[in-house]
Design a protein around this ligand. Sequence first.
Ligand SMILES: Nc1ncnc2c1ncn2[C@@H]1O[C@H](COP(=O)(O)OP(=O)(O)O)[C@@H](O)[C@H]1O
Ligand SMILES: [Mg+2]
Length: 315
Amino acid sequence: MDRADRDAFQEGFVEPPDLRSAHVVVVGNEKGGTGKSTLSIHLSVALMKAGFRVATLDLDTRQQTLTRFFENRRSFAESSPWTVELPHHFALARGSSDNVRDNETVEFGAFAEAIGAVEHAYEFVVIDTPASDSYLMRLAHSLADTLVSPVNDSYIDVDVFSRVHHDRSKRGAVAHYADLVIEARRKRHLVDQGLIDWVLVRNRIASLQSNNAKQIAVSLGRMAGELKFRAADGLHDRVIFRELFPIGLTALDPIEEAMRTGALSSSQLSARREIEGLVETLQLPRRGSGLAHLQARHEWFNRIADVYREMGVAC
Ligand SMILES: Nc1ncnc2c1ncn2[C@@H]1O[C@H](COP(=O)(O)OP(=O)(O)O)[C@@H](O)[C@H]1O
Ligand SMILES: [Mg+2]
């Protein structure tokens, strides 16, 4: 709790602090290449630009995309003509033992230490995850306040979720990820009565609206009620979402200042609006109106709990 939170608490404005101050955003989906790291990058930068204290955690010990991005960004910042926001970043190192259990123990220790170091000092923690299942992945998911899962406009991606059936005998193996989320939600509710706001974000949407894309939007809408997630429109497939990676920038940075014309193209402007729109859709704790962050977290909880109660979830 920071000072403002403590004052508010003493004045009785907020509930007892069973919520930690950091709002944890986990970006996950067990399919590779759907845009987890791209979304982690853009969400972290958007939150920093909104003035929040942000910590980032890269659990993808193999690819380390988020880590590479922030290394590039740090290096750009050294000679940048403008101020470049940087998060407090942790990269989890790969366990180097031949023994899987030993590696898990080392990785778990590093993860717990990273979370412990930031959960009270930062307002948001953004966690990028690998496309694999592990104890650590499950643990990270059960800490999520907001879970963002990018899905591409393809039935192959949607299939990861769609074969879930309440009758376990009818569940296909590919519905594994949805099972992982259901389990994470159960654990979360047991541990601190918290809830996980699960938002499926369509990513790499083609600019030409195809019949396929429309069908997928309909399928996702249908599955939302069954699996209890919210579906968001997400991001189109745009070069700007990948081309600035080597210099550690995003469409949200003042790249127009570095351009010859001094102006953004319409696609760049749309990219900016898309990210801002996505942040809006996530309905994260808000800054402003004098709310201390922990109060904003409680306000978030009540708002999101209402959404899930309407879907028939007990919370
Ligand atoms: N909205 C987008 N527009 C264009 N390219 C994208 C978009 N989202 C992701 N990509 C590209 O798709 C590939 C996979 O994205 P990435 O974020 O690395 O996925 P993941 O972390 O899920 O494996 C990368 O080459 C990335 O640059
Ligand atoms: Mg990745």
